[in-house]
Design a binder for this molecule. Structure first.
Ligand code: THU
Length: 164
């Protein structure tokens, strides 16, 4: 029997240790929390992404009384990028989360559906990995590997062509 062991590299640092460009993106993600509509969870999430052309787009979670209609901050930002700048790769995505007690001390990682959309976004742009910056007041995480690190055993376009 063969065995595969996967590795995931996560860099942990404080906000102050981030590069200036990354700190600016984190600040944009924090500000994006202001646009969150989250009366059900009281958990505001902000996402900010940097495109290859230098444009920064943001998103925030949008909830609904019909819970399955809710949309995560990351996908609001990623779909906006796809709709407005379909030719531009997403270089970096920063995420922050705000509760009544303030920004969370630990980073807020993207949910499975957002990871799936990150993966498809990467594929649209030749597999360019999306760097993730997960912000927390105590600690930040940087994940550079993109969806291959975040979503092993991916279901993708080619999965449906596996007989050809
Ligand atoms: N949420 C996000 O916006 N992004 C994530 O990656 C995780 C969860 C939102 C969805 C919902 O509005 C609230 O956080 C609580 O789950």
């Amino acid at each position: 029997m063969k065995e595969f062991v996967l590795e995931l590299k996560i860099q942990e640092c404080s906000e102050a240790e981030l590069s200036k460009e990354d700190r600016q993106l984190v600040e944009a993600a924090r500000r994006a929390c202001d646009g969150s509509y989250s009366p059900y969870s009281d958990f505001a999430v902000g996402a900010a992404l940097l495109l290859a052309n230098g444009v920064v787009l943001t998103g925030s979670n949008q909830e609904n009384a019909a819970y399955p209609c809710c949309m995560c901050a990351e996908r609001v930002a990623l779909f906006q990028a796809g709709a407005l700048y379909p030719q531009e790769a997403v270089k970096t995505l920063a995420i922050a989360a705000l509760t009544k007690e303030g920004f969370t001390p630990r980073p807020c990682p993207p949910c499975g559906s957002c990871r799936q959309v990150m993966m498809e976004t990467e594929m649209r742009h030749g597999g360019t990995p999306i760097r993730l910056i997960l912000y927390g007041t105590q600690v930040c995480y940087i994940v550079e590997g993109g969806a291959k690190d975040l979503l092993p055993l991916q279901f993708e376009k080619d999965t449906m062509n596996s007989h050809s």
